[in-house]
Design a protein around this ligand. Structure first.
Ligand code: INI
Length: 158
């Protein structure tokens, strides 16, 4: 091992205040992402009283609400969960692109982690695979990324 000073964070969610922003569009898929995220947070020590879920109509509305919540100083991290499925719309690229760049910008503007659990898939089958099916649960992955990044920022104490 090198002796270079290295900062990394644990996955302990105790005392972290986290809000999940979930789209109603494709709720059949998104609800599984929400369940996966809450399960991961609680299994890593989060208390349910420190967790909130905010519902938005679709992925396109995500950036505005995510940004307001991230700037509110009420939370240590925001988890964005949605499912944009290509078969469903001709404006797939616009919805997916605006959502992704908007939530990334919200994190930069607010200075807290906003993790991206918004699926962008060609088919409903792919989305189901990634929402607790054979490709894991991207909601749980986004939750772990939120815990780690929130703890990293606390540890860096900048
Ligand atoms: N919103 C989604 O979250 N996923 C989709 O797949 C989707 N499709 O297919 O259209 C979608 N559209 C709605 C969009 O996010 C807005 O809610 C709507 O355009 C109103 O602004």
């Amino acid at each position: 091992m090198s002796s270079v000073r290295t900062y990394e964070a644990d996955l302990i969610a105790r005392d972290l205040r986290i809000v999940i922003v979930a789209a109603r569009f494709n709720d059949f898929v998104v609800n599984r992402l929400v369940e996966g995220a809450i399960d991961a947070l609680v299994r890593h020590g989060a208390s349910e009283k420190d967790l909130e879920v905010v519902r938005v109509p679709g992925a396109f509305e995500m950036p505005l609400v995510v940004r307001r919540l991230a700037l509110s100083k009420r939370y240590d991290a925001v988890i964005a969960l949605g499912a944009v499925i290509k078969g469903g719309t001709a404006h797939f690229e616009f919805v997916a692109g605006e959502c992704t760049s908007g939530i990334a910008r919200a994190a930069i503007d607010a200075g807290i982690p906003v993790t991206n659990g918004v699926l962008t898939c060609d088919t409903l089958e792919q989305a189901i695979d990634r929402a607790g099916g054979k490709a894991g649960n991207k909601g749980a992955e986004a939750a772990l990324a939120a815990i780690e990044t929130a703890n990293l920022l606390k540890r860096l104490d900048l």
